[in-house]
Ligand binder design. Structure first.
Ligand code: PXL
Length: 279
């Protein structure tokens, strides 16, 4: 059985970061170790939230993992809240990074052309430095543009996306997958590039006329779970596109929906089933 470590905050309510990563990775049949970087009442898109920073805990936890020879098949990082955290997580990645441990970074910090509250363009360039250490990075286009220091433009074509992907891997990551890409108003999916084989991959499914918070975390977590179950990056990205769509459909169908994130819980049986099919 594989074991991963996921490093991100715990937002008590709001279905994002650890409250999404932990159940999805567990459902994949993969042990999910966690390193919580902060505890928030709710994520930062709520009008009000508390924030308890756990940065001071990171080094001690990481040292203890090393002292106990605890190893991981993947380190997967999500929302990180400060420059100091980026440095500590970078050290943690250096400790575990090997042929046997895959490093996946979701630079969760922006969407729809805007940085989340509390982030700055300087933070985005520091995150770009961390992304250089990854085997796979999974940004949306907004995050990619902030990391590359280029303007965000919703009006793009395939050659622009290919160029952004090449620039992203030139930060140092082996592969990059851009989420939320659409060239056709009825289709949404992801576009990826592997710098070692110099190959592109894309996969699209239905685009629905809604946007829910937290889908980036669902996408990244389900990709990591699938890769740990032996799916290739391409196959894992397909699973993630389809699973995220399934979550959105179930949320739309829920008349008693209570607005926070998507109903990924109801789509877990779909995910578990899909993991059995290797494309
Ligand atoms: O879904 C990304 C995310 C994770 N964690 C926190 C957030 C957000 C997005 O707003 O605020 C605390």
């Amino acid at each position: 059985m594989k074991r991963i470590l996921t490093v991100q905050d715990i937002s008590c309510v709001g279905r994002c970061s650890l409250t999404v990563a932990l159940p999805i990775i567990s459902a994949a049949g993969v042990e999910a170790g966690v390193l919580p970087t902060a505890v928030l009442s709710t994520h930062t898109m709520f009008p009000k939230f508390t924030f308890c920073d756990l940065t001071d805990e990171i080094e001690g936890i990481s040292n203890t993992f090393c002292d106990l020879d605890i190893d991981f098949d993947a380190v997967y990082t999500g929302y990180l809240g400060s420059f100091r955290q980026l440095g500590l997580v970078s050290d943690l990645i250096d400790r575990h990074n090997s042929d046997k441990c895959m490093v996946v970074i979701d630079p969760a910090m922006a969407d729809n052309g805007k940085l989340y509250p509390a982030f700055t363009p300087e933070f985005a360039s520091a995150m770009a430095g961390l992304c250089g250490k990854a085997d796979l990075i999974i940004p949306n286009l907004t995050e990619a543009c902030f990391m590359l220091g280029i303007p965000y433009n919703e009006d793009y074509d395939e050659s622009y996306i290919r160029d952004v992907l090449k620039r992203l891997t030139s930060l140092g990551a082996r592969s990059a997958a851009l989420t939320g890409i659409s060239f056709d108003p009825t289709k949404l999916g992801c576009y990826a590039y592997d710098s070692v084989s110099d190959t592109y991959f894309s996969y699209f499914n239905e685009k629905l006329p809604v946007a829910y918070h937290g889908t980036g975390d669902i996408f990244a977590s389900s990709t990591v779970g699938a890769m740990m179950r032996g799916h290739s990056i391409e196959s894992a990205l397909k699973v993630a596109v389809d699973f995220t769509l399934e979550c959105i459909k179930l949320t739309m169908a829920d008349e008693n929906r209570r607005t926070y994130g998507v109903n990924f819980e109801q789509a877990l049986p779909y995910y578990i089933n899909r993991l059995e099919n290797y494309d």
